[in-house]
Design a binder for this molecule. Structure first.
Ligand SMILES: NC(=O)c1ccc[n+]([C@@H]2O[C@H](COP(=O)([O-])OP(=O)(O)OC[C@H]3O[C@@H](n4cnc5c(N)ncnc54)[C@H](OP(=O)(O)O)[C@@H]3O)[C@@H](O)[C@H]2O)c1
Length: 247
């Protein structure tokens, strides 16, 4: 049986990962298969593993990046600190969880901000924001989180509307919410955009569409922008490094 890799999530449709790995295997002559595994609940994981003994590794996406952790035998140091797993290596029946979103985000963010380390606002408090916050800490970037509620002492969008100078003074704004994702392309985080300056950086984790409304609104006031595509490619390349033993 040829080695099998895959993506575990709830609703996968036409996933980027399946296309990325099919192309990679074809181009590089790698005799392996990549398949989507749609699980209704994460409790279906042990059966999926049993039925696919040739599975060597898999990516994990919504909504299982945190729920998968109790099913794993060990975690990389990064995944443990982040508290979310998007890549699992299977070796002799043992599952090790990694977080390659963090690596993908870090590389892509550094292409946007270069040597600058501006204070940041992180919009959204889900699994993706955990990897973002971990990297900001590693880079020595001070940040505050923005949420729809005041849980954990986060800022709210109302706080930003009442004090637009918070946005004006915080030069790196990272969208880690799904707002703006196809087909809801006319949605965007509710920010006082008129406080944005040409000194701002807008990083959107969303990669479809290529230019989100969040990016477009930032760019209107001169902000430099990046979407989440380079991060997406980066996390996939890193996952392959882990699975193929080159890490
Ligand atoms: N480029 C990449 O490689 C990459 C990797 C991972 C994720 N992503 C993208 O990053 C985004 C976030 O991923 P995730 O896994 O963290 O998703 P998630 O858990 O579904 O949502 C993240 C957070 O966004 C906020 N949010 C959700 N719906 C909202 C709404 N209607 N209005 C305002 N805020 C809302 C929530 O925070 P509050 O409840 O605190 O407001 C939520 O916890 C997704 O679009 C995902 O596709 C991209």
């Amino acid at each position: 049986m040829k080695p099998l890799y895959g993506l575990v999530g709830r609703r996968l449709g036409h996933s980027f990962s399946a296309r990325f790995f099919a192309d990679k295997f074809a181009k590089e002559g790698i005799d392996a298969e990549y398949r989507n595994f749609e699980l209704t609940t994460i409790d279906e994981l042990p059966r999926m593993l049993q039925e696919n003994p040739n599975l060597k590794g898999f990516n994990v996406t919504l909504p299982y990046k945190e729920e998968i952790i109790p099913f794993l035998d060990s975690l990389s140091g990064e995944a443990r600190q982040i508290g979310a797993v998007n890549c699992v290596k299977v070796e002799d029946g043992r599952l090790t969880g990694h977080n390659t979103d963090a690596y993908g985000f870090c590389n892509s963010l550094l292409h946007l901000i270069g040597n600058e380390r501006p204070d940041a606002l992180v919009l959204g408090t889900g699994g993706a924001s955990k990897a973002v916050k971990y990297i900001l800490q590693q880079l020595g970037i001070r940040f505050r989180c923005v949420s729809r509620s005041h849980k954990n002492g986060d800022l709210t969008y109302d706080d930003l509307a009442a004090n637009p100078s918070i946005v004006g003074d915080t030069k790196l704004i990272i969208n880690a919410t799904p707002l703006g994702t196809f087909p809801d392309v006319d949605t965007f985080p509710d920010l006082p955009y008129s406080a944005v300056t040409p000194g701002h950086y807008f990083f959107d984790l969303v990669y479809n569409p290529e230019q989100t409304l969040f990016m477009r609104k930032g760019a209107e006031y001169g902000a430099k922008t990046s979407n989440g595509y380079e991060m997406l490619v980066g996390q996939a390349i890193k996952a392959w490094g882990i699975w193929s033993g080159n890490e």
